[in-house]
Design a binder for this molecule. Structure first.
Ligand code: ASP
Length: 609
């Protein structure tokens, strides 16, 4: 037997046994004639004791970090126990050992707190993966994978693979393309998701499909994105939105339970897209804390809710508010004692280009009921009190107000809310709050392209009672600036997102399954008949052969793992990730290919090498 135990196995009850271990040298400590070695493998660390006699066997060649050893020895109780590791009660007194392989000195220490920077760790990822921290993340990832599979299997879902070399699927990003040698001048696209395939599987009658699958999107990589990432991709037939919400709420709760031991009993909260935008300034609110947005003035027309507070700020002669499209506020609990320096710093924070505000107005609500604000000149105490009431502020709170164009200001207040939540420790890593966001708009208007675009993707169905509005109206818009008046701006999608702690972890929709409606959708998005046939003829054709009503969802697997692991970064949960420029630092890819390969692919480069 190569080894009898792993480095994580041995306990006090094993004392006296003769055993064999294999692993890597983590540390070496010499005390006079004896040497202690920590031997590490995937399962743990075991202390070895190398006596003087064996020392001589090493000769001139002392052991080094990351050398690979096989040791034969006797388990003994340790005099100096280490309560921090499971094997801490014992050590192995070495009888004989073999050096299986040597190692050069690693470029960083293989420890929890490593001295290696990001780039170095990525370049030597195979060493980084030896670190306990990274290993724990991959173990968690595998646990999430297993839990998802168990749950889906128990619910009759079938894992069916779909191809990677395909024709473009529109999920709103650029495709990665692969040239075809056998078809000169033609290219495959790598799937942005298996969207159309899973729908075709529904047409084929596989009424519950899933796949834990790679997706590829050639996007500009914002902070925490990867050009290739993994989805838990699912589709079901003969379902309504409610069925999907229940099924996948069940899956997430099951994963919570299996992976984190969390019993998430309460039903997942639901919120309309409109409410999310109105109350939190974005469509994936973090509900671990309050600080709801107060809408003092808004161009955003919220159906059924009047902007009752508009007059609170109007007519005081304060141009910044009077001229702004939107004025929104949050009340920060207990922050009235912020110093001038602190409010100045917040003002600088909202002025950063990423946030893009001109400034920040504050009102401090003192304990004695008085107010101190940066707009005292314009607003008397009675008015300040009304604003405080509108924001739900109490004595001791600090009200922060932003004013400007609708979209930017709403986004800014949402960022400010998250920032303050973070600074005040209200976004706790071990607290999980789920949310379904529902009733998204079906279309968004792109002023740049002067046409409607699908907010989710073109296969998403409108709410059943709005199909008429879609079919009965032409998508054409007379004046781009008046798109909000077009009936298409108000059609709601039969779509849903699952949000966890302020992150969109999943999204999906009930699909269109009739050829006519799908054609209407393509034409609403500005596609000619010819173009839609060229791109999606296969799907339109399939819809003519008895397509069942269906819908589905996909979860961002990497992100889900990162959140469950209490981390901000999905990279930590991917064995071999790419950096922010989409490079694999270890392989040094992407890279050029040689002339011969280009020749075979009938490709001539436009850039000079
Ligand atoms: N394919 C969609 C996406 O990747 C998810 C879905 O609609 O099921 O976002």
């Amino acid at each position: 037997m190569y080894r009898t135990h792993t480095c994580g196995d041995l306990r006090l009850k094993d004392a006296g046994k003769e055993i064999t271990l294999a692993g890597w040298v983590q540390t070496i400590r010499k005390f006079g004639a004896i040497t202690f070695i920590d031997l590490r493998d995937r399962y743990g660390i075991t202390q070895l004791l190398l006596g003087e006699d064996l020392h001589q066997q090493l000769g001139e060649n002392p052991l080094g970090r990351e050398w690979v050893l096989r040791v034969h020895g006797i388990v003994a109780e340790r005099s100096n126990k280490n309560p921090n590791i499971p094997t801490g009660d014992i050590e192995v007194r070495i009888i004989s050992f073999d050096v299986l392989n040597k190692s050069v000195t690693p470029p960083f220490t293989i420890q929890d707190d490593t001295d290696g920077g990001d780039d170095l760790r990525m370049k030597f990822r195979y060493l980084d993966l030896r670190r306990n921290e990274v290993k724990k993340n991959l173990e968690l990832r595998y646990a999430v994978n297993r839990a998802a599979r168990n749950y889906l299997h128990e619910n009759n879902f079938m894992d069916i693979e779909t191809p990677f070399l395909i024709k473009s699927t529109p999920e709103g990003a650029r495709d990665f393309v692969v040239p075809s040698r056998m078809n000169p001048g033609q290219f495959y696209a790598l799937p942005q998701s298996p969207q159309t395939f899973k729908q075709l599987l529904m047409v084929s009658g596989y009424d519950r499909y899933y796949q834990i699958v790679k997706c590829f999107r050639d996007e500009d990589l914002r902070a925490d994105r990867q050009p290739e990432f993994t989805q838990i991709d699912c589709e079901m037939s003969f379902v309504e939105q409610e069925d999907i919400l229940n099924m996948f709420e069940g899956m997430i709760k099951y994963i919570f339970k299996q992976v984190n031991g969390i019993d998430y009993r309460e039903p997942v909260q639901r919120m309309s897209w409109e409410d999310a935008m109105w109350d939190y300034g974005n469509d994936k609110p973090d509900l671990r804390f309050g600080m709801k947005v107060a809408n003092l003035k808004s161009a955003f027309k919220k159906s059924g809710k009047a902007i009752a507070t508009g007059e609170l700020i109007a007519g005081a002669g304060f141009g910044v508010f009077d001229n702004a499209e939107t004025v929104v506020a949050i009340a920060v609990p207990g922050a009235a004692e912020y110093t001038r320096k602190q409010t100045d710093e917040l003002t600088e924070w909202v002025k950063r280009p990423q946030i893009g505000m001109q400034g920040l107005v504050y009102i401090k609500c003192a304990a004695d009921g008085s107010f101190k604000s940066s707009i005292d000149k314009f607003y008397d105490a009675a008015r300040l009190r009304s604003i405080a009431t509108a924001t739900g502020a109490s004595a001791g709170d600090l009200i922060l107000i932003l004013a400007g164009p609708e979209e930017r200001t709403r986004k800014a207040i949402s960022e400010l809310r998250l920032e303050l939540g973070q600074r005040m420790g209200l976004r706790k890593r071990n607290e999980f709050r789920l949310l379904w966001v529902l009733d998204f708009p079906l279309f968004e208007y792109s002023e740049e392209d002067n046409r409607w675009v699908a907010r989710h993707h073109p296969f998403t169905a409108p709410k059943p009672d709005q199909i008429e509005t879609m079919i009965g109206n032409s998508p054409v818009i007379e004046k781009a600036s008046e798109y909000l008046q077009h009936p298409y701006a108000h059609i709601k999608a039969n779509a849903y997102d699952m949000v966890l702690n302020g992150n969109e972890i999943g999204g999906g929709s009930i699909r269109i399954y009739q050829r006519e409606l799908q054609e209407k959708m393509f034409s609403a998005l500005g596609m000619s008949e010819e173009e839609s046939l060229h791109k999606f003829g296969f799907l339109l054709g399939a819809f003519e052969y008895g397509a069942p009503p269906h819908g589905g969802i996909a979860f961002g697997f990497d992100r889900l793992c990162a959140i469950l692991g209490g981390s901000e970064s999905i990279r930590d949960f991917i064995a071999f990730p790419k950096n922010n420029s989409g490079r694999d630092m270890m392989l040094d890819a992407p890279a050029t290919i040689d002339e011969k390969q280009l020749e075979e692919l009938s490709i001539q480069l436009r850039i000079k090498k």
